[in-house]
Design a protein. Structure first.
Length: 186
């Protein structure tokens, strides 16, 4: 039977790809394991690898502010990444590395059972929705898969480098808040 403890053990023991060779900590994710909203990013960065927690660096600080802007806190959501080990040099994970970790991500979605998934960035979007999806074209659009609503927006790290996209991320967050309110009203 799949449990959080068994999943954590599987992730910690994983040596299925080369990423485990360079990581300090495997970053499973954290937050409310019964959350209506699940956030999925790309993979751990340097600080996440050091601390073993998702979104703790500058991008994590921005993510916390983004959540606060729509009256949410980290305690309200479950946050994780597509890959659980840091790719060297903060590069994007390869297709093989993503494929290797997808069963872990599917297990996390199964255990959380969110109503909504916020997809953060192009790597996560391609991993979850398919390689034909581009963040610049598909962000802010609702998708439904297996009864779960999904919407993508720019990754907080990308917003730190290209602040002109913050206006689009804000529009996406407002759509997210509206959908959460609709679900909570049911």
């Amino acid at each position: 039977m799949l449990t959080w403890d068994s999943l954590k053990n599987q992730i910690e023991q994983c040596k299925a790809c080369a990423l485990h060779l360079n990581c300090t900590n495997k970053v499973m994710g954290q937050g409310n394991t019964k959350a209506k909203l699940m956030l999925i990013g790309e993979g751990p960065g340097k600080q996440e690898d050091e601390q073993g927690l998702a979104f703790v660096g500058a991008a994590g600080q921005l993510l916390t502010k983004m959540l606060a802007a729509i009256n949410l806190s980290r305690d309200d959501v479950y946050i994780c990444n597509v890959v659980k080990c840091r790719p060297p040099g903060n590069r994007a994970p390869t297709d093989i590395e993503i494929e290797t970790c997808l069963n872990f991500l599917r297990a996390q979605v199964y255990l959380v059972r969110p109503s909504i998934i916020l997809i953060l960035g192009s790597t996560a979007m391609k991993a979850i929705l398919g390689p034909e999806y581009k963040i610049s074209k598909a962000r802010g659009i609702w998708f439904e898969r297996a009864g779960v609503f999904m919407i993508g927006t720019y990754h907080p790290a990308a917003l730190l480098y290209n602040s002109k996209n913050k206006i689009y991320a804000w529009e996406d967050l407002k759509k997210l808040r509206k959908k959460l309110d609709e679900i909570e009203a049911l």
